[in-house]
Design a protein around this ligand. Structure first.
Ligand code: ZN
Ligand code: ZN
Length: 387
């Protein structure tokens, strides 16, 4: 059994039944959710409770904004912050840096800046560990947000599937810390883990959130008063809820929505979607192709704001190095695909000329040639894109 297959606390209904992925009912999911949100059951549930409570607090500024300060212009500002800035930050810090180590900060000062670039919404531990497991077992049993589990399975995943296992041995726990050590989280000693069931400590996590929120609320207040601050904090609530749907949509909602010439990774159902791509650089099919890359937008229209942010940090000296797989993508995927398309176009053109020049008695022979050539051509396309 691989290490990553046992780092997450399995749900009561299990990831597997009869040696196949088990898709729980909604009742089972909600029952698991209730169990893991119950501090009286175990104090080790604290991180789930903390996360949902902190997210819920963001509904207060949303209510204040809507009832006291609402204007369309501030709503636009809040939504841009929420969708673009929070989204890009998630890709930049939680995804590409903390999980995939796609780049390195020059020092801890720059990492601190990178880590606190926006209002804190998701604790690193919740994202990083489970995301390693997602890549290892994409769409297989054990994937914490397995798209085949359905929308609710993914929406509630941070509580019901993403928590770390509570009975790790000391060596296993130490190994686990190495998965998150770059993220800047001050993690627990093993004895503290045994008490709290988590890598991060509740007091330090609460302090981090408090200072981060106080700083950002103060900054927005100085710029635009309570109106701006509540607009931005309030709209962040919308992102905190909406982001939970991403993992389901990012894998095609369980359907094969991959498009030839766009989604070159054929190993899973992940897709390059326009909206998450444009607002956050999450070209998810590309990302599954090169998970440790600092860039996921490869095709000319695939804007990647997280990549631009990494480049900006690099230009001012905050980021030392990064991994970029664009050349490899072009060499191994795009160029062969385009070559196969060109070849097909040429073949189609010569076949058209051939069939135009044919006289009636020879048409049967040419017809079979056309069919043979077309089949060969499409086989080449399939091979080129890895179908
Ligand atoms: Zn994925
Ligand atoms: Zn990833």
């Amino acid at each position: 059994m691989s290490f990553l297959s046992r780092v997450l606390e399995p749900p009561t209904y299990g990831f597997v039944r009869d040696e196949k992925f088990y898709r729980p009912t909604h009742r089972e999911l909600w029952s698991e959710f209730k169990k893991r949100m119950n501090l009286f059951d175990s104090v080790k549930n604290w991180l789930s409770v903390f996360c949902w409570t902190a997210n819920s607090f963001l509904a207060i500024p949303l209510f204040v904004f809507l009832t006291q300060y609402f204007s369309f212009s501030l709503l636009m500002v809040g939504m841009v912050y929420s969708m673009v800035i929070l989204g890009t930050y998630g890709t930049f810090y939680l995804h590409r840096y903390s999980t995939h180590h796609a780049f390195t900060f020059k020092n801890n000062f720059w990492r601190f800046i990178g880590r606190n670039l926006v209002i804190k919404i998701i604790p690193e531990e919740v994202y990083v560990i489970s995301h390693h497991v997602h890549h290892k077992f994409s769409e297989q049993p054990g994937d914490p947000y397995n798209v085949h589990g359905g929308w609710l399975y993914c929406f509630l995943a941070d509580v019901v599937h993403q928590g770390i296992r509570k009975d790790l041995s000391r060596p296993e726990y130490q190994r686990l810390t190495r998965l998150i050590e770059k993220s800047g989280v001050h993690f627990n000693q093993y004895e503290q883990y045994q008490k709290w069931g988590s890598l991060c400590h509740p007091a330090l996590t609460a302090m981090h959130y408090s200072l981060n929120w106080a700083f950002w609320y103060g900054a927005f207040f100085l710029i635009g008063g309570h109106a701006l601050a509540t607009a931005i904090f309030g709209c962040s609530f919308i992102w905190a809820v909406g982001i939970r749907t991403y993992n389901y949509d990012g894998h095609g909602a369980g359907k094969d929505r991959r498009q030839v010439g766009i989604d070159f990774n054929r190993a899973d159902l992940s897709v390059n979607q326009i909206w998450p791509g444009y607002v956050a650089g999450e070209w998810h099919n590309n990302h599954h192709l090169f998970p440790s890359g600092a860039r996921s937008g490869f095709l000319p229209y695939q804007l990647d704001l997280a990549w631009l942010l990494i480049r900006a940090f690099n230009l001012v000296g905050g980021i030392n190095s990064y991994r970029d797989y664009k050349d490899q993508f072009i060499r191994e995927y795009l160029a062969p695909y385009q070559a196969s398309l060109n070849q097909k176009t040429e073949q189609d053109g010569s076949l058209t000329e051939l069939s135009t020049a044919q006289n009636a008695p020879k048409s049967g022979v040419a017809g079979s040639a056309i069919r043979r050539s077309t089949a060969t051509s499409s086989d080449q396309v399939s091979t080129a894109v890895g179908l």
